[in-house]
Design a protein around this ligand. Structure first.
Ligand SMILES: [Zn+2]
Length: 901
């Protein structure tokens, strides 16, 4: 699954200051909170360190009865919103049993039989999400067949099998049926052993309107018409976990292609399939690359990509039938370069899951990171290699920094964390699982070298194909492929411990000028002190000047390394690959500053990231960071500038309402204006997307910092745009319209709102509404709230509302908080699975200064069960850190402004 969309504006971490972290993704599924509150069965302890073993795998279901083969037939009733089903499951019983236990939710089972003999009782407990069948006589070890009929709900939220209404381009209403199972929602569509270790084959039969196209994991085996309805049976799947089952039916059409022996199709609502041409071409390329990289050909006969309108806001890697929110797959003339990049990167992620996740599945949700980090890392690498001008790994640095910010709190958790129940499984979809995991895998790849790392991956996939795995299986394969036993210990240091280290570098210059550095480590925290003395084996990459970097493992404090000459720049985190911070001594810092504009991009980025984080943590002065920012000169690296823009944006936010605000924004403008002016406003021939992005980042900032020339030009462009929607390129709309809204009067606000309301293209409409939320005027902000809540937002864009209110919180925190709390149910409804995680962690980060922390915490606690305490602690620590930073930064900023005046 693609990462859950973060609703937080980038404000304080590192993404572009005003890009409204409209982020991400795969939100979905169950209203689990109340259900799990009553769960009593404890999961087995997490098996960190042990290879996969079915009997030992954690989980709630007994292992003595396991499914081998399902035959499932369902008929959804679109009017009654119910499903009529029948099911037959071949079971393997390993220890005689009088009861059979499996998952079900909101289902009623009838005519339950084992090998044809009626069961003596069946009890379905929706609190436990379990059904228990009591047999007429105990089942002996061996194979048996369990059969029953049942009814289930056809859901209206995107979990289980659900109805998805949408607006067609002609304005008429359409409806389709799709599914979304991860983590624990297959049980809503059919009773099953709904844990990832229970792999079985599936043969699915579905009866829907005969006019509909139907897609599932496997190709169609047969189809029968009965009047207005048609029954489609799909071929039997290979053994797979239940969370990967897929079915979509509706008025769909496809475009098709072929890669090797695999048939590729892209499905969309009829009439829009041609918007998938780019995505289909990407999929062909990616599939061919992965066949080669993994050394294991894609194992299913076909791979479908399905563009689902609205519904869940991410993508799901169902084996052979990947579902995407349509905005992640379809492109048209209103699409931006960022949209186009997302289409490639998200497909690269989901297609990587076809091997890691689907062919080999984590044994239990405590190793969810193994699926997600792996897919994220593989996707980033694939995206970088196929599109070098996008500088994709540099783009990923912003996401890594967000994860490091979360991980620099005492309340963080290890990548690998115990998962006892459905709620904890849903809560595992966070930035530690995705972004830290991705960064740690990249660090390990760099440590072993790409060839040995790939050999280890190939060995791992061959060893565990059509089965499950734990992290230990992966480490073992990497150790075997590389002949390096220490890889297991290095990997475990980073996946089983929370947090990450700060490496201190102290240079010693002998009489000859030759430099020796002494290295040490401690845990890095933004605030507070850790009780434990955590230690990591740290893969360093040391570079002197612009020379080739070399690898060293930091194993003990006081370790010494030769590092060129004292007047040369030095990085021990070359190319910013490591997931750690570095604090250099003053002399090395000065040498780095002197050479700053000519360093390799990654080294410069790492220096900026570290200097900013150290300033936030009070480990180094803010002026050291600002000295780096001032040393950028005419360097065009967009990630470095984006980092600076975000940091200055955070400082500007902190200065609001203080006497130093005007002086600071003048200084901030002066820092970025020469570069912005050299880039101008319009795209130049031959320019890379990276440079265009840089221009937009700087223009957004200058607008946000009230630069009169920028605002005047933005208004001029907007007046042309009102008459001619092509007057501002889609890519530039966010920055230009944001500046316009910020300085808007009532008439301008109204014009922009009218445009947003009338827009047919959903992606464009989202941009316009998000721009509207940047409104500066307080009375117009009230109208922005009404716009965000109004029925003008189409049904398939219901998830947008929460993003809009979060965006509004940047300039109008108190108003946005009132709007959020008064409408929390409406705003969170599109995120049934992630509502607890959003409420506990994202909401405090968005509203950190809207009200007193105690009141904020009280509100959050009142909405969540006690089991969410650890998550609430994370959210509230983020608030405390942010407030303390503001308190410390404002005087430091004022001092800097006074000093450079
Ligand atoms: Zn994923």
């Amino acid at each position: 699954m693609n990462r859950r969309r973060n609703i937080i504006g980038g404000a304080h971490s590192n993404p572009p200051a005003r890009a409204p972290a409209l982020a991400g993704s795969c939100m979905n599924a169950a209203a689990i909170v109340r259900l799990t509150a009553v769960l009593t069965l404890a999961a087995l302890p997490a098996t960190a360190g042990a290879p996969f073993n079915f009997e030992q795998a954690p989980g709630r279901l007994p292992k003595n009865v396991a499914p081998l083969a399902y035959r499932i037939s369902v008929t959804p009733d679109l009017e009654a919103r119910t499903i009529a089903g029948s099911e037959s499951v071949t079971l393997r019983v390993t220890a005689a049993t009088a009861i059979i236990v499996f998952n079900s939710l909101n289902e009623k089972l009838s005519d339950v039989r084992l090998d044809g003999t009626p069961a003596s009782a069946v009890v379905s407990d929706d609190g436990q999400q379990l059904s228990t069948v009591t047999l007429a006589q105990p089942a002996a070890p061996g194979e048996h067949t369990l059969s029953f009929t049942y009814t289930a709900r056809l859901e209206t939220q995107p979990h289980g099998m659900f109805l998805q209404p949408y607006l067609r381009s002609d304005g008429a209403r359409g409806t389709l049926v799709s599914t979304k199972m991860e983590s624990t929602d297959a049980r809503r569509m059919f009773p099953c052993w709904d844990e990832p270790a229970f792999r079985a084959t599936f043969e699915l039969t579905v009866t829907v309107p005969a006019a509909w196209a139907t897609v599932s994991n496997m190709p169609v085996a047969g189809r029968e018409l009965h009047g207005q309805l048609a029954t489609t049976t799909f071929q039997r799947s290979p053994p797979m976990p239940s969370y990967l089952i897929e079915f979509t039916g509706g008025d769909l059409a496809a475009i098709s292609a072929q890669t090797g022996g695999t048939a590729l199709s892209l499905w969309a609502v009829r009439g829009r399939e041609h918007e998938g041409q780019v995505a289909l071409a990407d999929a062909q390329l990616i599939l061919a690359d992965y066949n080669e990289y993994f050394g294991y050909s894609y194992p299913l006969p076909k791979l479908d990509s399905i563009a689902v309108p609205g519904g869940f806001s991410g993508a799901m890697e169902n084996w052979g039938a990947i579902t995407y929110n349509d905005k992640l797959l379809l492109l048209n003339s209103d699409s931006t370069v960022a949209d186009r990049q997302t289409v490639f990167a998200v497909q690269a992620h989901e297609i990587a899951h076809q091997w890691n996740g689907d062919l080999v599945t984590m044994g239990w949700w405590d190793d969810l990171w193994l699926n997600e980090s792996f897919a994220s890392w593989r996707a980033a690498d694939e995206t970088e290699q196929r599109n070098p001008s996008w500088k994709w790994w540099q783009r990923q640095d912003g996401a890594k920094e967000r994860a490091m910010r979360s991980d620099a709190r005492l309340s963080t958790h290890p990548i690998q964390q115990p998962v006892a129940d459905e709620l904890q499984a849903a809560n595992a979809f966070d930035e530690i699982t995705y972004q830290k995991g991705q960064a740690v895998l990249r660090m390990l790849e760099s440590y072993l070298g790409p060839d040995l790392f790939r050999d280890g991956i190939r060995r791992y996939l061959r060893a565990r194909a059509f089965s499950n795995a734990t992290a230990a299986d992966l480490w073992l394969a990497l150790a075997q492929a590389s002949g390096r036993d220490d890889v297991v210990q290095v990997a475990r240091d980073w996946t089983e411990q929370p947090g990450f280290p700060l490496v201190s570098v102290a240079a010693d210059c002998g009489g000859s000028g030759a430099r020796t550095v002494t290295l040490a480590q401690q845990r890095f925290l933004l605030q507070g002190a850790a009780q434990d003395a955590a230690r990591w084996r740290i893969p360093l990459r040391i570079r002197v000047g612009r020379a080739t970097a070399h690898a060293e493992l930091l194993t003990h404090d006081g370790q010494k390394e030769a590092a060129g000459r004292c007047d040369e720049p030095l990085s021990v985190n070359a190319d910013a690959i490591g997931f750690f911070r570095v604090k250099y001594d003053a002399a090395t810092l000065a040498a780095n500053n002197r050479a700053f504009a000519t360093l390799p991009d990654g080294d410069r980025i790492a220096l900026l990231d570290d200097a900013w984080a150290l300033a936030l943590a009070g480990e180094q002065s803010l002026s050291s960071y600002l000295a780096f920012a001032a040393a950028m000169g005419s360097n065009h690296n967009s990630r470095a500038w984006e980092q600076i823009a975000a940091a200055l944006g955070a400082l500007e936010r902190d200065e609001r309402g203080s006497p130093g605000h005007a002086a600071f924004t003048a200084r901030a403008r002066a820092l970025v204006k020469p570069m912005a002016d050299s880039l101008g406003w319009d795209v130049r021939p031959g320019e890379t997307s990276d440079v265009q992005r840089l221009r937009r980042t700087l223009r957004s900032d200058l607008g946000a910092w009230d630069d009169p020339q920028t605002l005047a030009e933005a208004r001029r462009r907007f007046s042309r745009f009102v008459a001619d929607r092509s007057a501002i390129r889609p890519d530039d709309q966010e920055s230009v319209l944001g500046a316009v809204a910020q300085a808007a009067d009532a008439a301008t606000f109204e014009k922009l709102q009218t445009i947003a309301r009338g827009e047919k293209d959903e992606a464009a409409q989202r941009r316009y509404y998000l721009a509207l939320m940047q409104v500066g005027d307080a009375s117009l902000a009230e109208r922005a709230v009404q716009a965000a809540l109004s029925p003008d937002i189409p049904p398939q864009a219901a998830d947008l509302r929460l993003h809009l209110i979060a965006q509004l919180a940047d300039r109008h925190p108190t108003l946005a908080w009132r709007a959020f709390t008064a409408n929390a149910d409406l705003l969170l409804a599109p995120y049934p699975k992630y509502a607890p995680l959003i409420t506990s962690q994202d909401i405090p980060e968005v509203f950190w200064d809207a009200l007193e922390p105690q009141q904020l915490e009280a509100w959050v606690r009142a909405r969540l069960p006690a089991e969410m305490s650890a998550n609430i602690a994370r959210g509230m620590e983020a608030v405390a850190v942010r407030r303390a930073e503001r308190q410390a930064l404002v005087p430091a900023v004022d001092a800097w402004v006074a000093q450079v005046r």
